[in-house]
Design a protein around this ligand. Structure first.
Ligand SMILES: Nc1nc2c(c(=O)[nH]1)N[C@H]1C(S)=C(S)[C@@H](COP(=O)(O)OP(=O)(O)OC[C@H]3O[C@@H](n4cnc5c(=O)[nH]c(N)nc54)[C@H](O)[C@@H]3O)O[C@H]1N2
Ligand SMILES: Nc1nc2c(c(=O)[nH]1)N[C@H]1C(S)=C(S)[C@@H](COP(=O)(O)OP(=O)(O)OC[C@H]3O[C@@H](n4cnc5c(=O)[nH]c(N)nc54)[C@H](O)[C@@H]3O)O[C@H]1N2
Ligand code: SF4
Ligand SMILES: [Mo]
Length: 738
C-alpha cells in the first residue's frame, strides 16, 4: 500500500451513507472526497464528511480503557478493564436476576457493522427485558405502524424519488438531515431533478425549512397536529370517491373499516386544530389522487409527537389509497442484499408483529420490538423492588443529552451499582460509567450498511475495508461485545471468545441451514466475526450465491472486488411477496390504531397554547456528539432559539438577546434568533447541546457548550402505543432575560 493510497469508506455519520475516498498519509488521514464512481452516491458528500479526519485525530477521542477509581478515571489495560467488569457485573446479576442489568443503545450502533451484528449476542447472554435505545426517541412509531400494516418492523416504504412527480414531505428536512428512514444521498440534486422534469414538492412543517425553501409549496402546521391534517386528507379521499387501489386491490384488508373510522374528520372540522386551511387539504388530496407518480413521506417531526403511531400509519394509508404504495415513482420497498426480515422465508404472509408482550415495571409502558421506552429508564433505575435496574451497559449512546429530562437520568445513573460504556468519548453520559471501553475510529473498522441498505432508494451492496490499521491490542467493537457477553454468562474475563463465537454460529446454522450447517460453516472459513456474519447474510440473501447453488450470486468476496460497490437496480414492486402479516394482506385498519383515534378525537377542540417548542437539525452537527470536531464546530453559534418576529415583539425579545424558556419547574436560558420562517407561536431549538457538565473530556465542545433542549422536556410524555417520547409541540413559557 503506497504512502498516499486512496481507500474507500462509506461515511458513517448519517443515513445517506455516501461513498467516500479517503487519502492515507502514512499512518494518518489526508484529504477526504466523494467517490465519483460510487454506484450509489456518485461522488456526493456533505460538509460533515471531512469530520472523519477530525474524529480520527481528535485528542479527546478515547483510545485506552478507563476505570473509575475513587471518583476519577484512570487509564487501564484492556485486561484490567475486563477484569473489573468481570468482578462487578456478574455479582449484580446474581443478586438481582437478569433484569437488574439494562442496556441502552445509541444512534451510531446502526452505523457500525460490528455493533449491529453482535449486540444480539450480548442481549441473549444477558436475557434482560430492560433494553432501551434511541429508537424510542426517534422512529418506533413508524416501526409499529409498518409492523402492523406489512408484518415486519423494518418494512418501511421510501419515496422512489428518481421517478416521482409529486413528493409530499411532512416533519422532515432532508436538505439538512440528508434523509432518514430513507437513504438518499444528494437529496438536493434529486429534488432539483424532480422539479426540472415538471414534478412538485410540497412541505408541511411548522418552520419554513431549507427543504421548504427548495419546494414548490409549503404549509405551516401546528406542531403535534399532523394527525388532524392527515385525517382530513384521508376523509377527503373517501368523501370525494377518490380512493383507487389499483394493483393492490386484492392485497388490502380493512378499506371499509377505515372509511367508517374517518367519516367524522372532514377537513373543515380539522382546519382550526391543525392550522392548514380545509381548501388546501382538499386540493392536496385531489392532487395526490390525481398524480400518477406521487409519494407521501413523513419523518421525525411526525414520530416524536403525541400521535406518532397514528401519523406514521395515516401517511402510508394515504399512499395505499391513492395507488402509490409499491408503485414506481411512489413509495416503494427496498430489497436489501442481507439481513432484511422481509426477505427471509417464502413471504406473502407470516407471523406479523406483536407489541406489549411485556410492560415496563413502573409505568407499564408496552415493549415494542423487544424494547422499552428510553423515557422509562430513569424511573426503572430509581424505583426499588424486584426487577429494579442496578447496572447499565451503554453502547454508543448519550441519553443524558438525547433523552427528555436528561438531568434526572444523570442523577439516576449516579445511583447505579455499576455502569459500563462502550463509547469513543468521555461525555455527559459515559462520565457516569465505572468502566469505559473505547470503540474504534470508523476508519479502523470494516463496514457494510446492515441497516441503511434496508431503506435505500436504490438497491446496492457496498463494503469498506478498514482504511487504517488499529493499534495493537485494540479489539474490534464486535469483540468487545462478545467479551461482555462471556462475562455476563459468568465465564470470566478470559474466556475463549473465538470458540464461543464459533459455537454460537454453529448453533444458529443448525437451526437455519439444518444438515447443510457444516458445509456452510466450512464455506465461510477463514472469515471471522462481523465479516463472517456478513458473508453469510449476503450469500443466503435474495441476491446471494446460496453457497454455490446460484452461480454468480453475491458473496462478500464479490463486493470486496468492487470498491465502489455493486448496483442492484431500482426498487421493484414487492407486494405480496414482502408481506409478513398473518392475513397475507396489507392491514389498512389495525384495531390498535382505530382504537387510538378516540384519543385524537377527544383532543380535537384543544386550543393552541401561546407558545410550543420544536427541534431543529443543523448541517454541521449530528445529535450530541460532533461538537468536538474543529472543522464542524467553527462558524456562527448555532444553538439558538428561533421564533417569529411577532412573538419576539410580544415577548420583548431581541435578536441575540437572551430568553428563559420554562416548562413547569424546568427552565433553560437561550440565545434568541428572530426569523420570519417560523410559524407564529412556535419556537425551535436544536437538541444535543449542553456540553457544560462536570467531568467530561470534550475540549472543543466545552468552549461553546450551548443548552440542552432535553433538560426542558418531560420524560413522562409518550405516545402510548409506541412508547415514543414526545419531543415536539410541548407548551412552554418564554420570557426575556434582562
Ligand atoms: N429533543 C430532541 N431530542 C432528541 C432528538 C430530537 O430531535 N429532539 N432526536 C433524537 C434522535 S432521532 C436520536 S437518533 C437520538 C440520538 O441519541 P443518542 O444516540 O443517545 O445520541 P448521540 O448524540 O447520537 O450519541 C452517540 C454516542 O455514541 C458515541 N459514538 C459515536 N461514534 C461511535 C462509535 O463508532 N463507536 C462507539 N462505541 N461509540 C460511538 C458518541 O460518543 C456518543 O456518546 O437523539 C434523540 N433526541
Ligand atoms: N446534519 C444532521 N443530519 C442528521 C442528524 C443531525 O443531527 N444533523 N441527525 C440524524 C438523525 S439521528 C435523524 S433521526 C435524522 C432525522 O431526519 P429528519 O426527520 O429529516 O430531521 P429534522 O431535520 O429534525 O426534521 C424534522 C422536521 O420536522 C419539523 N417538525 C417538528 N415538529 C413537527 C410537527 O409536529 N409536525 C410536522 N409536520 N413537522 C414538525 C421540524 O421543523 C423539522 O423541520 O437526521 C439525521 N441526520
Ligand atoms: S450526507 Fe451523511 S453520509 Fe453523506 S457525507 Fe454527509 S454525513 Fe456523510
Ligand atoms: Mo435519529
Amino acid at each position: 500500500m503506497s504512502e498516499h493510497a486512496v481507500a474507500h469508506r462509506i461515511c458513517p455519520f448519517c443515513e445517506a451513507s455516501c461513498g467516500l475516498q479517503v487519502e492515507r498519509q502514512g499512518a494518518g488521514v489526508g484529504r477526504i472526497r466523494g467517490d465519483r464512481a460510487d454506484v450509489f452516491s456518485a461522488g456526493f458528500l456533505c460538509p460533515k464528511a471531512v469530520g472523519l479526519k477530525d474524529l480520527h485525530e481528535d485528542p479527546d477521542r478515547l483510545r485506552t480503557p478507563l476505570i473509575k477509581r475513587d471518583g476519577r478515571f484512570v487509564e487501564a489495560s484492556w485486561a484490567d478493564a475486563y477484569a473489573e467488569i468481570a468482578r462487578r457485573l456478574p455479582a449484580v446479576i446474581a443478586a438481582g436476576g437478569p433484569d437488574a442489568v439494562a442496556t441502552v443503545l445509541g444512534n451510531p450502533v446502526s452505523h457500525k457493522m460490528g455493533l449491529t451484528l453482535y449486540f444480539p449476542r450480548l442481549a441473549r447472554a444477558l436475557g434482560t427485558r430492560n433494553m432501551f435505545s434511541a429508537s424510542s426517541v426517534d422512529q418506533v412509531p413508524k416501526m409499529l405502524s409498518v409492523g402492523l400494516m406489512f408484518g415486519s418492523w423494518l418494512s418501511v416504504p421510501v419515496p422512489d424519488i428518481e421517478r416521482c412527480q409529486l413528493l409530499l414531505v411532512l416533519g422532515a428536512n432532508p436538505m439538512v438531515s440528508n434523509g432518514s428512514l430513507w437513504t438518499v444521498p444528494d437529496f438536493r440534486g434529486k429534488a432539483k431533478a424532480l422539479r426540472a422534469r415538471g414534478g412538485r414538492i410540497v412541505v408541511v412543517d411548522p418552520r419554513r425549512t431549507e427543504t421548504a425553501e427548495a419546494a414548490d409549496a409549503h404549509h405551516f402546521i401546528r406542531p403535534g397536529a399532523d394527525v388532524f391534517f392527515l385525517l382530513g386528507l384521508v376523509h377527503t379521499l373517501f368523501d370525494e370517491s377518490l380512493p383507487r387501489l389499483g394493483r393492490l386491490e386484492a392485497h388490502v384488508a380493512g378499506v371499509a373499516e377505515l372509511g367508517a373510522a374517518v367519516a367524522a374528520y372532514a377537513p373543515e372540522r380539522m382546519a382550526a386544530r391543525c392550522g392548514v386551511a380545509a381548501a388546501n387539504v382538499r386540493a392536496l388530496a385531489r392532487e395526490l389522487a390525481g398524480t400518477e407518480r406521487a409519494a407521501v413521506y413523513g419523518r421525525i417531526g411526525t414520530c416524536t409527537q403525541r400521535y406518532g403511531t397514528l401519523c406514521s400509519w395515516l401517511i402510508d394509508v394515504l399512499n395505499v389509497l391513492t395507488g402509490h404504495l409499491d408503485a414506481e415513482g411512489g413509495m416503494m420497498f427496498p430489497k436489501a442484499a442481507a439481513f432484511a426480515a422481509n426477505t427471509r422465508g417464502q413471504g406473502g404472509g407470516g407471523r406479523g408483529v406483536a407489541s406489549g408482550r411485556h410492560r415496563s415495571r413502573v409505568s407499564g409502558a408496552p415493549e415494542v420490538a423487544g424494547e422499552l421506552p428510553l423515557t422509562c429508564l430513569a424511573e426503572e433505575i430509581e424505583t426499588p423492588g424486584p426487577g429494579q435496574i442496578k447496572a447499565l451497559i451503554s453502547i454508543a449512546g448519550n441519553p443524558v443529552l438525547s433523552a427528555p429530562n436528561g438531568p434526572r437520568l444523570a442523577r439516576a445513573l449516579e445511583g447505579l451499582d455499576f455502569m459500563v460504556s462502550l463509547d469513543i468519548y468521555l461525555n455527559e453520559t459515559t462520565r457516569h460509567a465505572d468502566v469505559i471501553l473505547p470503540g474504534l475510529s470508523p476508519l479502523e473498522e470494516a463496514h457494510y450498511d446492515v441497516s441503511f441498505t434496508q431503506f435505500s432508494h436504490r438497491n446496492h451492496a457496498r463494503y469498506s475495508a478498514p482504511v487504517l490499521a488499529r493499534a495493537a491490542g485494540q479489539p474490534e467493537e464486535w469483540q468487545s461485545l462478545l467479551r461482555l457477553a462471556a462475562i455476563a454468562k459468568g465465564l470470566g474475563a478470559e474466556a475463549d471468545i473465538e470458540a464461543l463465537d464459533d459455537a454460537a454460529l454453529a448453533d444458529e446454522l443448525q437451526r437455519t441451514a439444518g444438515p447443510a450447517a457444516g458445509a456452510v460453516m466450512a464455506a465461510l472459513a477463514p472469515r471471522r466475526g462481523a465479516e463472517r456474519l456478513l458473508d453469510l447474510g449476503l450469500r443466503s440473501g435474495p441476491y446471494g450465491d446460496q453457497f454455490g447453488r446460484v452461480p454468480g450470486g453475491l458473496t462478500l468476496a464479490r463486493i470486496q472486488a468492487a470498491p465502489s460497490g455493486i448496483d442492484l437496480g431500482p426498487m421493484a414492486p414487492r407486494i405480496p411477496e414482502l408481506l409478513r402479516t398473518p392475513s397475507g394482506k396489507i392491514e389498512l385498519a389495525p384495531q390498535l390504531l382505530l382504537d387510538d383515534l378516540a384519543r385524537a378525537a377527544a383532543d380535537l377542540d384543544t386550543a393552541a397554547p401561546d407558545m410550543v417548542i420544536i427541534g431543529r437539525r443543523q448541517l454541521r452537527s449530528n445529535n450530541s456528539w460532533m461538537h468536538n470536531l474543529p472543522a464542524l464546530a467553527k462558524g456562527a453559534f448555532r444553538c439558538t432559539a428561533l421564533l417569529h418576529p411577532d412573538d419576539a415583539a410580544r415577548l420583548g425579545l431581541r435578536e441575540g438577546g437572551r430568553a428563559q424558556i420554562r416548562n413547569g419547574d424546568k427552565r433553560i436560558e437561550v440565545q434568541v434568533e428572530i426569523s420570519a420562517d417560523m410559524m407564529p407561536g412556535v419556537l425551535s431549538l436544536p437538541h444535543g447541546w449542553g456540553h457544560d457538565l462536570e467531568g467530561t473530556r470534550l475540549g472543543v465542545a466545552g468552549e461553546r457548550p450551548g443548552v440542552n433542549l432535553n433538560a426542558l422536556l418531560d420524560e413522562n410524555l409518550r405516545d402510548p402505543l409506541s412508547g415514543n417520547a414526545v419531543l415536539s409541540g410541548v407548551a412552554v413559557d418564554v420570557s426575556a432575560v434582562l
